[in-house]
Design a protein around this ligand. Structure first.
Ligand code: MLT
Length: 390
């Protein structure tokens, strides 16, 4: 018998979004005529912006010329992109970072899952419920003990501090799946907790560019003392439509001591960096043209979010999120089971969403819709839902 990692046996079924895709494909195979609208997985639909495309064309040309060709790049990312990230993302928020505190990668999904490797196996991990499933699954795979932090409409989707001491805390703001945002006060409370307990916050801020209301923190480092206790993840996926291109970055401040060196060591050993062409594309997101085009994309998706929010609201439903995030967290009429509701929605309106229970037990009774569809399909989905007998 092979010695397998038995922790995998503790994982529930398939990965949430793989399962959702499988079910949708099975429905389509059974009903080839069905005109399905996919508002399940948060995948973007707008094409890449002109500034990004132009930068990639140029980079492709460079790769085809012996004088400018590049082989392996730095595992941490090229200086030109790290500089653009520090200036474009952090300086504007009044945050100073050194070049060796930013690590470019091929996605925040990978980074939030891989980061746990640099911590001891016996760390106790606090994870919100409901939650982006990668934090939970990756820590189950590693065999860690998990403490759940309920995050429901009763606490305004801002979880209480854990009542047992924990070593790692995953926070996501703007939140996937609830679409809500932690305030400055909320983050101060977490930074204070982590400082007192010697815990580390893993702050997933992949959706920060969707924040519309002034005063809401778009980086945990806006909170004094956060560099001593927090690692932050950001991504170009939802900000600039890079879900297929793949580029993100993780900030591991040197104030975290050995963790900065450990993450560097981990990346150098297991990762060969993001391609030159893609890093030039990401750099272009911070150019003047890129910033304008990206803001336009975000406005478009937030317009979809408003259509979903307002449509469901008018129909008398309780909805959360969608104001500073591309996710709408729909509270189903009481007693409705989110899995059954997903099946019913697909059957009767051919609309795909994500059942709240897929994100955790506290997600039961909720349903997530994304604002990443096209305008016309989003309007059509809302119109179909409003005609449905729920
Ligand atoms: C989601 O739908 O939650 C996200 O698209 C998944 C991801 O970013 O990996």
């Amino acid at each position: 018998m092979n010695k397998i990692n038995e922790n995998y046996l503790k994982l529930g079924g398939n990965y949430l979004f793989a399962e959702l895709k499988k079910k949708t494909e099975a429905f389509q195979a059974k009903h080839p005529e069905a005109d399905i609208i996919r508002l399940g997985i948060g995948d973007v639909t707008l094409p890449l912006s002109p500034a990004v495309i132009q930068a990639m064309h140029k980079a492709v040309e460079e790769m085809g010329d012996a004088k400018t060709f590049r082989g392996y790049g730095p595992e941490q990312g090229y200086d030109f992109l790290i500089r653009a990230i520090i200036d474009g993302e952090y300086k504007s928020r009044g945050i100073e970072l050194d070049m060796d505190e930013v690590f470019v990668s091929d996605g925040s999904k990978c980074d939030v899952a891989n980061i746990q490797e640099i911590f001891s196996r016996d760390c106790k991990v606090a994870i919100c419920d409901p939650v982006y499933p990668v934090y939970l699954d990756s820590n189950i795979m590693a065999g860690r003990e998990v403490v759940f932090l309920p995050s429901t409409c009763d606490n305004g989707f801002s979880p209480e501090l854990p009542d047992v001491d924990v070593d790692l805390i995953y926070l996501c703001s703007p939140n996937n799946p609830t679409g809500t945002v932690l305030t400055r006060r909320d983050l101060e409370r977490w930074v204070d907790y982590a400082t007192r307990k010697g815990a580390i916050i893993l702050f997933d801020s992949a959706y920060s560019s969707y924040i519309q209301e002034p005063g809401l923190p778009g980086s945990i480092y806006e909170i004094p003392g956060a560099k001593e206790v927090a690692i932050e993840f950001k991504s170009f996926s939802k900000t600039a439509g890079f879900t297929g291109l793949r580029c993100a970055f993780t900030v591991v401040p040197k104030a975290l001591g050995k963790l900065n060196g450990f993450w560097n060591r981990r990346q150098c050993t297991k990762f060969n960096g993001v391609s030159y062409v893609v890093q030039r594309a990401a750099e272009a997101v911070y150019s003047e043209a890129g910033k304008g085009e990206t803001a336009e994309m975000i406005r478009y998706y937030m317009g979809n979010a408003a259509i979903i929010r307002e449509g469901l609201g008018k129909a008398g439903f309780e909805v959360y999120g969608g104001k500073n995030a591309p996710y709408i967290w729909w509270k189903l009429p009481s007693g409705l089971d989110s899995m059954n509701f997903a099946a019913k929605l697909l059957e009767s309106c051919q609309v795909v969403g994500t059942p709240g229970v897929g994100f955790g037990a506290c997600g039961e009774g909720y349903f997530r819709l994304t604002a990443f569809g096209s305008r016309a399909r989003t309007e059509e989905a809302v119109a179909r839902i409003m005609e449905m007998e729920i």
